[in-house]
Design a binder for this molecule. Sequence first.
Ligand code: IDP
Ligand code: MG
Length: 142
Amino acid sequence: MGNKTFAMIKPDAVASGKLGKVIDATLAAGFNIKAGRLTLITKAQAQEFYAVHRERPFYNELVDFMSSGPTFVMALEQENAVQAWRDTIGATDPTEAAAGTIRQLYAENKGRNAVHGSDSDENAEKEIAFFFSEAEIIASNL
Ligand code: IDP
Ligand code: MG
């Protein structure tokens, strides 16, 4: 299992002042932040990042939402990082997310759901590279 994943604190959570709380929860869950940046994702970037969902009915809404305000993007490190982060954020729909997960605590709904997490080691690597150059990523502690 890989030791890196890609995470985003989405525009809903940033706009409602949850950035600090989500970063606290990230550190409390044992992740090392290896890179991080506040960025305004363009519509074109959102379309490309979520291209795998382009046939889904929520695609346009997702692209508009993700380009609606600042997002905090991060490369996170922990053993088995992809699964560990998915466990920390909870299910896509906050009404189905386990108690104490970031989405259960801070998400508004299934679309505006506070955070992103990669779904595989392969996608984690691609998603980190989508937002960060090698030089921006702090060397591994593991
Ligand atoms: P994930 O973020 O938990 O991996 P995905 O199924 O990969 O969930 O969907 C990507 C993102 O698309 C979700 O995080 C959410 O913001 C949005 N999304 C997923 N399903 C719906 C939906 O049914 N309605 C609106 N937005 C959705
Ligand atoms: Mg996904």
